[in-house]
Design a protein around this ligand. Structure first.
Ligand code: HEM
Length: 401
């Protein structure tokens, strides 16, 4: 697409040379990048990504409320991945979306999750009590990664040890949502293994009795859903549920460690855990950009987005919008930022958020109850096109409660 020009139906978008998927942008704190874009306007054209970025909270929410104008068939920033994703609710539009989503939410609803709560909380307490016996540990490998991997494998009912394969698969799936840069190119073969496993190799009957994976398999055997849907659902849970949760746990550990006064507030009142999680998701949005395609000419915030354009919904920028959140760069666990967009908004809002909240709330509660104080040592970021994880987080000076 050529650079935008003035039209009679709207105002030309301001432009920025920021590439949302460059090493430079992915390795700095998003706040600075998003602040620059927000200041340029609610819609900014990015030639490097050939995309219109929507950056203000009000405009992002309004666009997410209109999935017909903003199609998810371009949720990824490259056509190959959008093609691969067709058949998932993430990349579907109404009315197809509703059918695909219903199968997922049946199995991931708060009601379906309720039975898992006690087990997840007990596992969280056990993991924290083991980790804090040491003087220091790696907050990523030992906690942020270890916990969701074991919870999600149990959920799907995977009985062998797939731990080492699942992590690179999830990471590759998120890299592939970006444009076809080197990170995405290198991820095709790895993500292909996940697809092959979920669509060809995985045997439903091998999944543990009573697991959600087994229930979805049985639904496909009864003919309630197609056999392909079974593969897609497992694929989506494994791919979508890992890196996002892992990133968020790492972010919570770092933010609470860097703000000891907030950690003490949490220790004094663990009922603040859900509010603390919302604040972590707002301030460090783990998947800060998702794609859409404008299906028609549309004016957003006074700016024209031409039909057919790739759109970048900047959830991370919206979550730091000072017009919505007072002092947005302040980490305040009492803010109760329930209307953050870290889980998206509208028909595509995260279908797994019930599970994510169970996992992270369980872990943060156990952490606040068992740890009096701790420090953050060296923190190493890990570049991914779509998520913002750390490679490692050194947790030191742990004082047990
Ligand atoms: C803290 C953890 C998580 C975060 C921050 C997160 C974030 C998101 C976001 C922002 C979206 C919306 C995408 C869009 O607008 O196009 C989304 C959708 C989705 N998420 Fe999550 N997610 C998390 C955990 C999970 C988990 C644990 C699962 C599965 C078990 C999951 C499954 C899904 C699915 C299936 C969708 C697509 C829903 C649809 O299109 O209808 N997510 N997630």
């Amino acid at each position: 697409m050529s650079a935008p020009s003035s039209t009679t139906t709207g105002i030309t978008a301001p432009q920025s040379d920021i590439d949302l998927f460059s090493d430079e942008v992915l390795s700095v704190n998003d706040d600075a990048v998003f602040a620059q874009l927000r200041e340029l306007g609610p819609v900014v054209y990015l030639p490097a990504n050939d995309a219109y970025a929507i950056t203000h909270y009000g405009e992002v929410r309004a666009a997410l409320s209109d999935p017909v104008t903003f199609s998810s068939k371009a949720v990824a920033f490259n056509p190959q991945m959008n093609e691969i994703l067709s058949g998932t609710s993430l990349a579907a539009d109404p009315p197809e979306h509703g059918k695909l989503r219903a199968i997922l939410t049946d199995n991931l609803s708060p009601r379906a999750m309720r039975g898992m709560k006690d087990d997840i909380n007990a596992s969280a307490r056990q993991l924290v009590s083991e980790l804090i016996q040491q003087d220091s540990f790696d907050g990523m490998a030992d906690m942020a990664v270890a916990f969701p991997v074991s919870v999600v494998l149990d959920l799907i009912g995977v009985q062998g040890d797939l731990r080492e394969r699942i992590l690179p698969w999830g990471e590759a799936a998120f890299n592939l949502l970006g444009p076809l840069n080197e990170r995405a190119q290198a991820s095709f073969p790895v993500a292909g293994e996940l697809f092959k496993w979920t669509h060809e190799e995985m045997q439903g009957a091998d999944l543990a009795e009573g697991s959600i994976g087994r229930a979805i398999f049985e639904a496909s055997e009864r003919g309630d859903i197609s056999p392909e849907s079974f593969g897609y659902i497992v694929h989506q849970i494994l791919a979508a549920g890992m890196d996002t949760t892992i990133t968020t746990i790492g972010n919570a550990l770092v933010l609470l460690g860097q703000h000891p006064e907030q950690f003490q507030k949490l220790r004094e009142d663990v009922s603040l855990v859900p509010s603390a999680l919302a604040e972590v998701l707002r301030l460090r949005t783990p998947a800060p950009v998702f794609g859409r395609r404008a299906t028609t000419d549309v004016v957003v915030g006074g700016t024209l987005i031409p039909a057919g354009s790739q759109v970048a919904m900047c959830y991370g920028a919206a979550n730091m919008d000072p017009q919505k959140f007072e002092n947005p760069d302040v980490f305040d666990i009492t803010r109760n930022a329930v209307d953050h967009i870290g889980f998206g908004y509208g028909i595509h809002s995260c279908a797994g958020q019930g599970l994510a909240k169970l996992e992270i709330n369980g872990l943060l509660t156990a952490w606040a109850q068992q740890v009096e104080d701790y420090r953050i040592g060296a923190v190493v970021p890990r570049l991914n096109n779509f998520t913002r994880p750390y490679e490692s987080i050194e947790i030191t000076d742990i004082r047990r409660a």
